[in-house]
Design a protein around this ligand. Structure first.
Ligand code: HEC
Length: 208
């Protein structure tokens, strides 16, 4: 984007461009601090596990399956934030990001061969799954089929994974299963589930 900061002073021009704004001024440190503060304080939508006041059994079963087939091995369910975090608002909280925040090798099929920082071109950070059920609203926007006030729903065009290639949550899961991927064992376990249990896993993921 050509925005230079003290953290990343040299823009990554890619292979097809030589000069992509390396002479533009650095973003002032105060603006960068404000930007970081803004992002740090953004809230996460709560999980929608309740259906008219009753806990949705399918969602709870899906969570069990999610744990049993090893998804939670990388998509770590919860963490406790530090009591020493500089922002009082986020101190000492139990959060449910569903990510270990670590890099994993996900196989040739998902590799873009563009290394970044410490990550090789085939390694990706475990995507946090909180908000997953609403992410199509962010990547694709909302539609309002009824036209009524408050009737907005996420667009039917979904896009998951680092480049948006997966058009459904299930497709994203199946992409984990490429030969050599660290996610293969749990993808195979997902494929071996009964259709009913697979549906529960998907229902759970949509509730996040
Ligand atoms: C070896 C670690 C690992 C395991 C095990 C794993 N994942 Fe993932 N998951 C990842 C990584 C890394 C990504 C990001 C890959 C990418 O963007 O190309 C990801 C991405 C996803 C996404 C896409 C999220 C988005 O917003 O684009 C979904 C959905 C997902 N995983 C669900 C699952 C489910 C369900 C299971 C169990 C069947 C599972 N994962 C097992 C590491 C793992």
């Amino acid at each position: 984007m050509g925005v230079r900061t003290s953290v990343l002073p040299n823009p990554d021009c890619g292979s097809a461009q030589t000069n992509c704004g390396g002479n533009s001024p650095l973003m002032p440190e105060e603006n960068l601090d404000n930007l970081i503060l803004y992002i740090s304080a953004l809230g996460v939508r709560p999980q929608r596990v309740w259906n008219e006041g009753v806990e949705n059994q399918q969602v709870l079963q899906g969570r069990e399956q999610f744990r049993n087939i090893g998804c939670a091995g990388c998509h770590t369910e919860s963490f406790q934030t530090s009591e020493f975090h500089p922002l009082a608002e986020v101190r000492d909280q139990t959060i449910y990001p569903y990510s270990d925040m670590l890099l994993h090798y996900m196989g040739e099929g998902l590799a873009d061969n563009l290394g970044e920082g410490l990550a090789s071109g085939g390694e990706w950070r475990t995507t946090p799954l909180w908000g997953l059920g609403l992410s199509a609203c962010v990547t694709g926007g909302v539609t309002n089929p009824t036209g009524r006030e408050g009737g907005e729903i996420c667009t039917p065009d979904h896009a998951y994974l680092h480049d948006g290639r997966a058009r459904s949550i299930e497709e994203a899961i199946l992409w984990h299963g490429i030969e050599g991927s660290e996610g293969k064992i749990s993808t195979d376990a997902y494929k071996a589930l009964s259709v009913q249990n697979q549906q529960s896993v998907l229902r759970f993921l949509e509730s996040l």
